[in-house]
Ligand binder design. Structure first.
Ligand SMILES: Cc1ncc(COP(=O)(O)O)c(C=O)c1O
Length: 427
C-alpha cells in the first residue's frame, strides 16, 4: 500500500486554502527514505548522491544535505540550486557532480566558476571543456551496452541509448582526455531500474564486472558511480526492494573494484525516486463524472474528470507510469467500479490511468461526487519537477507537512509568473 495515511492530513482545509491541484510532501516520510539511503551507504567505501532532478525543491535539498547525501545535478541551474541549499562546491571532494548529455546554457560557466566535477556524456565535451579553459578532473558516463528503465521507453543503456560514451570507445576517450590534461577521476553509468526488480541487481553486477575489467587502465579513478534507479514500489502489493541485499551488493562491488584497481575505490549511487517518490501526493478535485457508450469503434468508459493534468504530473502521459489513486470525500466509501481518470487539458493523452502502450487502463475506484478530492500517490519524484505551465495554467503550489503543520513552499504560479520571461527586445 502507499506509505502515506491520508487521514493524517487536513486535505480538505488545505485544498480550500491553496486551491487544487496541489502537491503535499510529508517530511517524516522523506526523512525515513533519506535515512534508508544513509544506512544503505554507511561506511567510508560507499557514498549516496541524490539525483536532484527528481525533486529540486529547496526544502527537500536541505533535508538531503542534512542526511549527508551528495548531489547528482544535470544542469548548471541545478548546481546553482544545490549551492543555494548549502552543498559544497569544488571537486575535492566532488560533493556535486554535473552529469550532462549536452552542455547547455550556463553549464560550462558553472563548472568553471564553481569547480564541480563534470560527468561527460559524449567525447566532444573534452574539447569543449578544454577549449573553455577547464583544467580539472572529469567523470565519464559510460554506456555499458545494456540496461533500461522501468519501462522500455526509458532507454538508459545499449546501442539505442543516447546516454554516455559507448564502452568500447573508452580507450579513445581516455587518450583524448589525457591529451587535454583532464584526469578521469570517476567512471559512471546509470542503467536504470529495469522492469523487473531482479533485473536491477543482475544489471548492476554485470556493470561492476564490466567496469572492473577497465579500471586497471584508469589509474586516476577514485570512484565508480553505479547510477540511480533504486526501485520504488508504486503499485500496492508490489515487491519491495531489499535494501539490505543491495548494501551487500554495493560492498561486494567496492571490494571487487578495489581489487581490480589495486587501491580503494569509492562506490557511489545516485537514486532520485527512492528518496522522494513516496513522500509526495498530488491532490486534485473531482469536477465531474461522465460516460461514453460502446459503438463500432470500441467499448464505452466512465470518466472521472479532475482539475490536475499532465502539466502537473506527466509520468502517466509520458510513459504510462502507474500512480495509486484514492478518493477522499463523500464518495470514498462506495464500492469500486472501473473509471478512467482524466484532466483538463485539450489533449487526449491527458489521462492518469494509461498503460505504457498509451491505452486506457481503467482503475477500480469508488464513484466520487463532484467536489470530492482525488489523490495521486507516490508523486514526490518527477512530479512538480517535471511540471510545466502548458496552456498557461501555472504550476501547482507545493506544501510541506511536518509535525502536524503545513508550510507552503511554492505558491501557485500566477499569470505574471507564467509571462515573466516574455519580452520585446530588439537584437
Ligand atoms: C544519470 C541519472 N542518475 C540518476 C537518476 C535517478 O534515477 P531514479 O530516480 O530512478 O533513482 C537518473 C534518472 O533519470 C539519471 O538519469
Amino acid at each position: 500500500m502507499p506509505s502515506l495515511d491520508l487521514d493524517s492530513y487536513p486535505l480538505s482545509r488545505l485544498a480550500d486554502e491553496v486551491g487544487t491541484p496541489f502537491y503535499l510532501y510529508d517530511g517524516a516520510e522523506l526523512g525515513r527514505r533519506l535515512g534508508d539511503l544513509t544506512t544503505l551507504t554507511a561506511g567510508g567505501a560507499l557514498q549516496a548522491r541524490y539525483a536532484m532532478k527528481a525533486n529540486s525543491s529547496g526544502k527537500v535539498l536541505a533535508r538531503v544535505r542534512e542526511a549527508g547525501l551528495w548531489i547528482d545535478a544535470v544542469s548548471g541551474n541545478e548546481v546553482l540550486r544545490a549551492r543555494r541549499a548549502g552543498f559544497a562546491m569544488g571537486a575535492r571532494p566532488p560533493v556535486v557532480l554535473l552529469t550532462a548529455d549536452v552542455l547547455r546554457d550556463n553549464a560550462l560557466t558553472v563548472i568553471l566558476e564553481h569547480g564541480v566535477l563534470p560527468n561527460i556524456g559524449s567525447p566532444g565535451m573534452i574539447d569543449e571543456l578544454h577549449g573553455a579553459g577547464y583544467a580539472g578532473p572529469i567523470a565519464v558516463r559510460v554506456n555499458p551496452g545494456f540496461g533500461h528503465g522501468h519501462v522500455q521507453s526509458c532507454d538508459t543503456g545499449g546501442p539505442s541509448s543516447k546516454h554516455g560514451v559507448w564502452h568500447e570507445s573508452l580507450d579513445r576517450l581516455h587518450a583524448r582526455a589525457t591529451a587535454a590534461k583532464l584526469p578521469i577521476t570517476e567512471l559512471h553509468a546509470h542503467i536504470g531500474t529495469g522492469p523487473q526488480i531482479r533485473e536491477f541487481d543482475e544489471n548492476l553486477r554485470h556493470l561492476v564486472a564490466l567496469l572492473a575489467t577497465r579500471l586497471p587502465e584508469f589509474r586516476e579513478v577514485e570512484a565508480v558511480n553505479l547510477g540511480g534507479g533504486v526501485p520504488h514500489a508504486y503499485r500496492p502489493g508490489a515487491e519491495r526492494y531489499d535494501l539490505a541485499g543491495f548494501r551487500r551488493l554495493l560492498l561486494e562491488a567496492a571490494a571487487t573494484l578495489a581489487q581490480a584497481a589495486g587501491r580503494p575505490i569509492r562506490v557511489e549511487i545516485e537514486p532520485g525516486r527512492y528518496a522522494v517518490a513516496a513522500a509526495g501526493l498530488l491532490v486534485c478535485r473531482v469536477k465531474d463524472i461522465k460516460e461514453t457508450e460502446a459503438n463500432a469503434k470500441g467499448s464505452g468508459h466512465r470518466f472521472i474528470m479532475v482539475d490536475a493534468g499532465f502539466n502537473d504530473l506527466v509520468r502517466p502521459a509520458m510513459y504510462g507510469a502507474y500512480h495509486h489513486i484514492s478518493v477522499v470525500g463523500r464518495g470514498s466509501a462506495r464500492p469500486p467500479e472501473p473509471f478512467v481518470v482524466a484532466g483538463p487539458l485539450c489533449e487526449s493523452g491527458d489521462v492518469f490511468t494509461r498503460d505504457d502502450k498509451e491505452l486506457l487502463d481503467p482503475r477500480e475506484l469508488p464513484r466520487p461526487d463532484p467536489g470530492d478530492l482525488l489523490v495521486l500517490h507516490d508523486a514526490g519524484a518527477y512530479g512538480a519537477a517535471m511540471s510545466s505551465n502548458y496552456v498557461s495554467l501555472g504550476r501547482a503550489p507545493q506544501i510541506f507537512w511536518e509535525d502536524g503543520h503545513a508550510t507552503l513552499i511554492a505558491r501557485r504560479e500566477t499569470i505574471d509568473d507564467v509571462m515573466r520571461a516574455e519580452c520585446d527586445e530588439r537584437l
